[in-house]
Design a protein around this ligand. Structure first.
Ligand SMILES: CC(C)(COP(=O)(O)OP(=O)(O)OC[C@H]1O[C@@H](n2cnc3c(N)ncnc32)[C@H](O)[C@@H]1OP(=O)(O)O)[C@@H](O)C(=O)NCCC(=O)NCCS
Length: 242
């Protein structure tokens, strides 16, 4: 990879993914790039596994942002929106870097855009033994989900979850708004548009959700209030922070 990454040309979104289970040397390299607030957060994890994954997430985030901004990872200045959405406080002169990070178990995915508020979510498709939290669905979605063949329900559930969370992360609210704020046709697989946003059908028409196909074992989605949104999957990283 060159030391400088060309910014995506709107409406493209670059999507990177990487494994959060890094070796000790890499963890140390990432740690050296983190800010005081990030180190404090890292110190609060009860389990070493989760602490290391957090460090590998923030460390690689800083490293990649640094390549786009042409600054060192430790010089990437990160601020937080009112509901905690991270953003770059220092913007390049000729483009506006927007990003969003997601992780599920050992996998991280990062979306980078130019002037588009984006949200990304990945969800490891896993067995949920007892009851799925079906209150993520509106009554219409729940009825459609119940009509889905049982063999598909698990995938449909996590696909729907990823879409909704990606949209809420694009807004920057996360689950301060209920997951039912964005309602989808759950019978549609792949790229889609919400049916209703906050009860408004016209608002829904402005949104697009693109499916991530390359994150193994995960449902993944990138969302934005932009109809021509497109994804460029930049691939899996196997790079070292040093
Ligand atoms: C945003 C939210 C959905 C993420 O949930 P999650 O299960 O951790 O999901 P993901 O792994 O996909 O996303 C985590 C990443 O999203 C980003 N993020 C955090 N808050 C965000 C927000 N409000 N909007 C968009 N992205 C956000 C962060 O980069 C975070 O990872 P990091 O802290 O390791 O850098 C969840 O934290 C939420 O609903 N927050 C609501 C707002 C809130 O509680 N705010 C309190 C702090 S002010």
């Amino acid at each position: 990879m060159s030391s400088f990454l060309t910014p995506p040309s709107a409406p493209q979104v670059h999507v990177w993914q990487w494994d959060l289970e890094a070796c000790d040397d890499d963890i140390e390299g990432y740690w050296n790039t983190l800010g005081a607030q990030e180190r404090e957060r890292a110190g609060k994890f009860r389990f070493d596994l989760h602490r290391r994954r957090f460090i590998a997430g923030r460390g690689e985030l800083r490293r990649l942002l640094g390549h786009y901004l042409d600054v060192s990872p430790s010089d990437v200045a990160i601020g937080y929106g009112p509901d905690g959405k991270p953003y770059c406080t220092s913007q390049p002169r000729d483009w506006m870097l927007c990003f969003n990070l997601s992780h599920s178990e050992n996998t991280a995915a990062l979306a980078i855009a130019n002037g588009i508020e984006i949200g990304i979510d990945i969800e490891r498709i896993r067995v949920i033994e007892d009851t799925l939290p079906l209150d993520v669905f509106s009554s219409q979605e729940r009825a459609d989900y119940a009509a889905t063949p049982q063999a598909e329900q698990q995938t449909v559930f996590f696909e729907s979850w990823a879409r909704k969370e990606a949209c809420l992360k694009a807004l920057g609210t996360g689950f301060i708004l209920p997951p039912t704020h964005f309602e989808f046709d759950v019978s549609v697989h792949g790229d889609t548009t919400p049916r209703v946003v906050g009860g408004d059908v016209q608002e829904a028409a402005h949104w697009r959700v693109r499916t991530l196909s390359s994150v193994a074992g995960c449902a993944g989605a990138v969302a934005a209030r932009r109809t021509d949104l497109s994804i460029v999957e930049m691939g899996a990283l196997c790079l070292h922070p040093g």
